[in-house]
Ligand binder design. Structure first.
Ligand SMILES: *Cc1c(COP(=O)(O)O)cnc(C)c1O
Length: 431
């Protein structure tokens, strides 16, 4: 099966041992379900590998843009990991969950003055500053408050990850970060080191997402560590933290490769240690910011089938009661998904159709050319696997569709962690 936590019994789909058609009946559809046991297993895979290979100074930061609501931050707090935030709204949510913000790293290529002031006021541990403009605003705000703020600088190492273009963020011409190759990054460090309220701790980069390639993080580290050595030589500054960003891939469809996280991190740590030795720099404390690989396979979306449209000689459509409003990823960048009829798991798959949503948009497609059982019909339950990342967090109210509930599955318990939006919620801000 595409995810470890999916099983089949008597023609029915089970997710973390819950019969999903029963969850659909109990809570209604569309519905996001999430497997808390799986989230924690994913976090612990990172935690234990970090400890083994990078030592006690290493810290995993959950990239919360992948899936952000209070309960997720409570899990991360309980697991003792850090978080990566990209907006004041995420910060507000984490704070409301009681998350210790000294373990939060505030990203974004364009933090507003409000974001910076809000982060400082709330004691955010770090800003990951993109450019000098931001650093200057941080300095100004801290001077006003008589505070010192730790920062990392986001750099673009110029790495091409061969993933989808929107997923590439480490290239020189990216909107993110300051380029190493052009010399701008080295100049930036000099400017930052002159400031008195900003404490430079180290450097960050994020080369992309859905990364499976063998050596991406080694290629990235080669450039980053060489830069740390240059910085040491020029400014006598030892880099204390190296944050390599997120990006490990997950399996959406059977043809996606299997990634051995432990082996990958072992190899990376060996590479970093050897390179630091060769360059004669201290090994910095290691940070990584996985998002997708923490929550993606812990999520699934359930829908009820509505209209089946057959156009003989052309194509077929299976329509569901959700769509691009709760999962815009196919519409945005052609994302792959494994889709199943949860109550017909043992039937032959002999009917090809596009799985489409209910929105008024031809691009409202969850997946093209899915093989369904030919008996697929109204009231069947469709399960789309691996929707834990970038689904709920990217959901909209397009067509005034209320966002579905998020139900957490933990051991033998199922409980709502985000309520379904009501029609009243839809108009609550309308004057
Ligand atoms: C999106 C993002 C991540 C998380 O990436 P995943 O592919 O979900 O692991 C981490 N760090 C930064 C800066 C990001 O923009």
């Amino acid at each position: 099966m595409i995810c470890k936590n999916i099983t089949i019994k008597d023609n029915e789909l089970y997710f973390n041992n819950f019969k999903v058609t029963e969850l659909a009946k109990k809570y209604g559809t569309p519905l996001y379900i999430m497997d808390e046991n799986r989230i924690r297993e994913n976090v612990n895979a990172y935690k234990s590998a970090f400890k083994k290979y990078f030592g006690d100074s290493a810290l995993m930061l959950y990239a919360s843009k992948a899936c952000s609501f209070k309960y997720i931050y409570e899990i991360m707090k309980d697991e003792g990991v850090g978080i990566d935030l990209v907006s004041s709204g995420e910060l507000y949510t984490a704070k409301a969950a009681g998350f210790d913000l000294s373990k939060a790293y505030f990203h974004s290529n364009n933090k507003t003055d409000f974001d910076i002031a809000y982060g400082i006021e709330n004691g955010v541990g770090y800003f990951v500053a993109d450019n000098i403009e931001e650093v200057n605003v941080i300095e100004r705000e801290c001077e006003k408050l008589g505070k010192t703020q730790k920062i990392l600088l986001r750099l673009t190492p110029g790495i091409d990850t061969h993933t989808y273009e929107a997923d590439q963020t480490g290239k020189i011409d990216s909107k993110f970060g300051t380029a190493i190759e052009t010399g701008q990054a080295l100049t930036l460090v000099g400017e930052v080191l002159k400031l008195s309220h900003v404490k430079l701790m180290g450097f960050h980069c994020h080369v992309g997402s859905q990364v499976f390639e063998e050596d991406v993080y080694e290629r990235t580290s080669k450039i980053m560590l060489k830069f740390f050595a240059d910085v040491k030589e020029k400014y006598n500054f030892e880099t204390l933290e190296y944050d390599i960003g997120g990006g490990f891939g997950v399996r959406y469809v059977d043809s996606d490769p299997i990634l051995h996280l432990d082996t990958k991190l072992k190899e990376l740590s060996e590479y970093i240690n050897a390179e630091c030795g060769r360059l004669n720099i201290n090994v910095p404390a290691f940070r990584m910011e996985p998002g997708r690989s923490i929550v993606a396979d812990a999520g699934m979306t359930l829908y009820t089938v509505g209209t089946i449209k057959k156009i003989p000689g052309y194509k077929n459509y299976v329509s569901i009661d959700g769509g691009m409003a709760d999962n815009p990823r196919f519409a945005l960048y052609g994302a792959n998904y494994t889709c199943m009829v949860a109550n017909k798991m043992n039937e032959a798959l002999d009917f090809k159709a596009d799985l489409v949503g209910r929105c008024c948009e031809s691009g409202d497609i969850i997946q093209k050319d899915i093989m369904f059982p030919s008996s697929v019909k109204r009231y069947d339950i469709v399960a789309v696997a691996t929707t834990g990342a970038y689904n709920y967090s990217m959901a909209s109210n397009y067509n005034r569709l209320p966002r579905p509930a998020v139900v957490m599955l933990k051991d033998d318990n199922d409980f709502v962690v985000v309520k379904a939006e009501s029609f009243d919620n839809l108009i609550q801000n309308d004057i």
